[in-house]
Write a protein that binds this ligand. Structure first.
Ligand code: SF4
Ligand code: SF4
Length: 115
């Protein structure tokens, strides 16, 4: 089972150093997971995927659907959630705003350290 980084990624880079297999890298400015290296953190010290556990966004890093039907149901569920406004609940809105603030603070810190 492998994981992938989605468009919700805010480029905080927290997942890069915690991946036990070194599967996460930055290619052309995009954070990406090499499916040949990602083992879902199975057979490591960890009980949960470290990239997901440390990601400050709701779904910046998600499980990669393995086959056609898994992919189909994944897309179907996302569409239904959108149509029924399930994604617009209070905590999701709060978490998205928090993630953006977190990203801004991180960027400021990086800039001040670089100066
Ligand atoms: S699931 Fe584990 S091995 Fe795969 S990218 Fe995430 S941290 Fe790395
Ligand atoms: S921890 Fe999440 S938001 Fe940060 S770089 Fe990794 S996938 Fe993107």
């Amino acid at each position: 089972m492998t994981y992938k980084i989605t468009a919700k990624c805010i480029s905080c880079d927290l997942c890069l150093p915690v991946c036990p297999t070194g599967a996460i890298s930055i290619i052309d400015g995009q954070r990406t997971i090499d499916p040949n290296l990602c083992n879902g953190c199975v057979d490591t010290l960890y009980t949960v995927p470290q990239c997901v556990a440390g990601c400050p966004t709701c779904d910046g890093c998600v499980k990669q659907a393995n086959n056609y039907w898994e992919c189909w149901f994944d897309t179907y569920k996302k569409c239904m959630d959108k149509l029924t406004n399930k994604n617009q609940d209070y905590w999701e809105t709060w978490f998205t705003a928090y993630s953006q603030k977190f990203s801004e603070q991180l960027e400021k810190k990086r800039s001040s350290q670089a100066a």
